[in-house]
Design a protein around this ligand. Structure first.
Ligand SMILES: [Zn+2]
Length: 447
């Protein structure tokens, strides 16, 4: 600790909190919707990136803006640490948000309005809140002369919501030098409080993320007239395979992250999470139940069907697309199992395949998260978990960077943070943003 006298420290922390809130609001007001379709994407990400760069420059932090496609910019800044021998920590947040079309919002999605202590807006939790918090923390460090323990690579990224092709993916592919020496990364999704026991809270930290893969099933047969049904109608055979996948349940796999969650959380709550009681124990987790429930198994979900064009013609081909979510180490097992479920008369073509990420559940970084949380919410417990979704951490994993999901947010019991992602009236208590700023400051100083 420095010897600064307390009133000054209080003032500095108050400024940090205030800036984290205001910068988050400023970023929400920049409409940076990523539709995933080039023709309908504006220049919001670049405007957000320029905003970030300007706020860094104000306090003397140099950064690089990279814009591989017009309107699709990311910003990277490196803050040197005291121990250059330690690997750098990449701290990343995406600047894009998902669309709001077709949703009923009580308050304008890009208004960043505050009502009864809640901040409303697209990106309030996903994840302009963390972009604003990282930015505020960097400015706080610069103002107060705070040097973090290790190098921090701050990354404000485009395109996460459409797979990170023009953001993290492009940077990892084309500018790996920006992440030279980095060993770990910190970003979404995790760090929000869930009730534990006796008024204490748990803060799940994602140490692993499911992989994402696509596959196409194709049934082929003889085309013919609808008035003369054939035994090998591809529509019927495809439908059978799709139904079989829909009914299939992959087995529970206790990966390291799932096991760490079940043990740490179970111990604190007196739940055994034994194979026989697993479903009931998970149901008892309340708001966290869907999140944890989805982390136990591989899944394959039929999403798109294509066959025929005319009612009276049997087509020669019918196809279905699958959204696949795969646990760490399960790529081959999932492919074999799916092939067996589908059967021999339907073809499977494997498409884009991002394997799961898996970081150490006993990494010292988790002790830093625990210490920071303990300082701001005494008696709370940081627990590893497996995120059943995918983030930009998958791109950084290609550089050997271990990704963690932890955006510290103490929220009222019963408030479902994960349920806010991509929904109407996305919101967060303003007090949670202040908590987030103080806790993130501790994490980035000591990580
Ligand atoms: Zn996100």
């Amino acid at each position: 600790m420095s010897s600064r006298f307390v009133p000054q420290l209080d003032h500095a922390l108050a400024t940090l909190e205030e800036e984290a809130i205001e910068l988050t609001r400023d970023l929400i007001r920049i409409d940076s919707v990523n539709t995933g379709v080039a023709a309908t994407i504006g220049d919001g990400e670049t405007r957000a990136a320029l905003f970030v760069q300007a706020r860094l420059a104000e306090v003397g932090i140099a950064s690089e803006l990279l814009e591989p496609r017009a309107g699709r910019a990311s910003v990277i800044a490196r803050i040197p640490g005291r121990n250059p021998d330690r690997g750098a920590l990449v701290v990343h947040a995406h600047l894009d948000v998902v669309p709001v079309e077709g949703q009923e919002w009580t308050h304008p999605p890009f208004g960043a309005e505050v009502h009864d202590g809640w901040l409303y807006g697209r990106g309030a939790v996903d994840m302009k809140n963390f972009a604003g918090t990282i930015l505020a923390t960097a400015r706080h460090f610069a103002r107060e002369g705070i040097v973090p323990d290790r190098d921090l690579v701050l990354a404000f990224l485009a395109d996460e919501e459409a797979g990170g092709v023009w953001g993290a993916g492009w940077l990892v592919e084309n500018r790996p030098d920006l992440f030279a020496g980095a060993t770990e990364a910190l970003s979404e999704v995790g760090g929000f409080s869930i009730p534990l026991v006796d008024g204490r809270r748990a803060y799940p930290a994602a140490t692993s993320e499911k992989g994402v893969a696509w596959a196409t099933l194709t049934a082929r047969g003889r085309a013919g007239h609808g008035s003369r049904p054939t035994a090998d109608n591809p529509v019927v055979r495809l439908a059978r395979a799709v139904a079989a996948i829909g009914e299939h349940r992959f087995p529970v796999v206790r990966t390291a992250a799932v096991d760490a969650f079940l043990r740490a959380y179970g111990e604190a709550r007196g739940l055994s999470f034994g194979d026989e009681t697993l479903e009931a124990d998970i149901d008892s987790l309340g708001l966290a139940a869907p999140l944890i429930g989805a982390s136990l198994r591989n899944t394959a979900t039929p999403t798109v069907l294509e066959a025929g064009g005319k009612t009276n013609i049997i087509p020669a081909e019918a196809s279905a697309r699958l959204d696949i979510r795969v646990l760490p180490g399960q790529d081959d097992a999932l492919r074999d199992e799916l092939r067996a479920v589908v059967g021999d008369d339907v073809d499977i073509r494997w498409g884009r395949w991002w394997s799961a990420t898996e970081a150490d559940v006993a990494a010292p970084l988790l002790d830093v998260l625990q210490a920071a949380i303990d300082a701001e919410d005494p008696g709370s417990l940081v627990v590893p978990y497996l995120l059943p979704a995918s983030t930009d951490n998958k791109h950084f994993a290609r550089l050997g960077i271990a990704g963690y999901g932890f955006v510290p947010l103490r929220v009222p019991d019963g408030f479902d943070v994960f349920g806010q992602f991509h929904t109407a009236d996305e919101r967060i208590p303003v007090a949670s943003l202040a908590f987030s700023a103080r806790t993130t400051e501790r994490i980035l100083r000591d990580a």
